[in-house]
Design a binder for this molecule. Structure first.
Ligand SMILES: Cc1cc2nc3c(=O)[nH]c(=O)nc-3n(C[C@H](O)[C@H](O)[C@H](O)COP(=O)(O)OP(=O)(O)OC[C@H]3O[C@@H](n4cnc5c(N)ncnc54)[C@H](O)[C@@H]3O)c2cc1C
Length: 457
């Protein structure tokens, strides 16, 4: 007899969704969230660092009804996204994927979003414990499965099912899963946070009226070096925007020709820190007419502290879970976040919901099939696109942005990437077939880095 039916490590979107689904189906569920202080939240809660943008069709993937999201969670409903290369630009006003939500997407307040998910789990009867870290887990598979969680406060708790939702740092996930894997397949190698993640940094700045664009998310591709490295601006309320960036960890500036990258300088002796990159971006865009520090001030009460925040983003391919051991890995911990655009709340929420619900029903063995069905197409699109653009330099980004613009102009079928659209852009068919080939390589779930059969359970 265990203390609880389902224990969940980590209380972000994946963990809260798991707790909600488990409790909603009548299971005893507890979430342990180590608790991260934030300037924009009074109580201790999950990390919640996020640019917090959602595309229209992500609601279906997340299995969230927009009408259920409290009004104060949503910051701006979006019309489009702008992709800006060194010399080319494209405005994308559709995702090309069927969706019920009738805007392009929306931005949201991530701490409030997480609080909503947490309160929903709580209302369903789950126990959300904030401020208690899970230090380690012992799994006993001698008679079914029983997991003993060792908590930061010295207590232990036993659970029949374990959901690992500790996000991209994966400290508990790596320790638990490596016990069931041969050394060459260790998760601590495959999904090592230093190689499988990007680092992300963002600032909350108030924009002058005439420059604040509430309708659009903006991304600058080909401005800074590194695979899928880019800065962004996401609009919030009251002229406040999140100005952020993501880049691989451990880049060496000597590997790049500074004259090619708009945000590098010839005398850089290392890759600039996030704060310096953001300053350079704003200077490049507005420095001729504005004083960046005074005209785009950091705003109090946002982000983790001092209106800034840093956190890792999982930027890899997902793994399956050892469900025979009564364990499911979900969200950022399992590597679902897109390596292409770093969006991951939708897949985190959905995988958490599936895992919690199936554990509560005693059917966790269906979890791997269920998540492939629910999010497989999204993962395949994103890992394929990440492969195509992996080695891109500034000129490649310009070319792709130009091709995309021409494809969109020619599109009469609502889609972005289709063969007929590709035919109407110079270089379109080449890009289209690279993408199709990459997708083909990942057919039948081959985007998963680790299969259930790899575990020695
Ligand atoms: C700067 C940035 C911008 C992003 N932009 C977007 C975006 O626009 N759209 C989008 O969809 N996604 C975005 N993402 C990705 C998105 O934030 C993640 O995909 C999502 O947070 C994953 O949810 P999760 O619940 O799996 O993990 P997390 O949200 O990381 O939650 C994991 C939780 O586990 C807790 N934890 C860790 N270890 C322990 C432990 N040992 N014991 C107890 N608790 C523990 C952590 O404190 C954390 O709260 C962004 C990420 C970053 C960093």
């Amino acid at each position: 007899m265990t203390d609880v039916d389902v224990a969940i490590v980590g209380g972000g979107p994946a963990g809260s969704a798991a707790a909600y689904a488990a409790a909603d189906r009548g299971a005893d569920a507890v979430v342990y969230e180590k608790g991260v202080p934030r300037a924009d939240r009074e109580r201790l809660g999950p990390d919640s660092t996020d640019a917090a943008g959602f595309l229209d069709y992500w609601l279906e993937i997340a299995d969230i009804d927009f009408a259920d999201i409290p009004e104060d969670v949503v910051e701006q409903e979006l019309v489009d996204a702008e992709f800006i290369g060194p010399d080319e630009e494209v405005v994308v006003d559709r995702t090309g994927i069927d969706a019920d939500y009738d805007h392009f997407g929306f931005t949201f307040h991530r701490a409030k979003f997480d609080d909503w998910l947490r309160d929903r789990a709580d209302a369903a009867g789950a126990d959300y414990v904030a401020g208690t870290a899970v230090k380690d887990v012992d799994s006993d598979l001698s008679n079914g499965h029983e997991h003993t969680l060792h908590l930061g406060d010295g207590e232990t708790v036993t659970a029949e099912y374990l959901v690992l939702a500790d996000g991209p740092q994966r400290q508990v996930t790596m320790r638990v899963l490596d016990d069931f894997l041969p050394a060459e397949k260790a998760v601590s190698n495959l999904l090592n946070p230093r190689s499988a993640n990007h680092i992300a940094y963002q600032e909350y700045r108030r924009f002058p009226d005439e420059l604040f664009d509430a309708d659009s998310m903006k991304f600058w591709w080909g401005w800074m070096p590194g695979e899928t490295a880019y800065p962004w601006v996401f609009p919030n309320r009251n002229n406040v925007a999140r100005v952020g960036l993501t880049m691989p960890i451990g880049l060496d500036v000597d590997d790049y020709d500074a004259s090619e990258w708009r945000l590098l300088r010839e005398d850089d002796d290392r890759i600039p820190a996030g704060t310096e990159y953001i300053r350079r971006l704003l200077e490049e865009l507005y420095g001729d007419e504005y004083d960046v520090e005074t005209d785009f001030p950091l705003v109090d009460g946002h982000g983790k502290s001092k209106s800034t925040e840093t956190y890792a983003i999982s930027s890899t391919r997902p793994i399956e879970s050892p469900t025979d051991a009564g364990i499911a890995v979900v969200g950022g911990a399992m590597g679902t976040t897109s390596a292409f655009h770093e969006g991951g709340d939708h897949v985190a929420h959905r995988t958490g919901k599936l895992a919690g619900g199936l554990a509560a029903e005693g059917r966790l063995e269906n979890y791997n099939d269920a998540w492939h069905d629910a999010i497989g197409d999204e993962i395949k699109r994103n890992v394929a696109m990440a492969d195509v653009v992996g080695d891109y330099g500034p000129a490649d980004w310009d070319k792709t942005i130009r091709v995309t613009r021409q494809m969109l102009e020619a599109s009469d079928n609502g889609k972005i990437i289709s063969k007929s659209n590709a035919r109407s852009a110079a270089g379109g068919l080449k890009l289209y077939s690279q993408y199709r080939r990459a997708k083909f390589r990942y057919r039948k779930g081959k985007y998963a880095q680790l299969r259930e059969s790899d575990y020695t359970v």
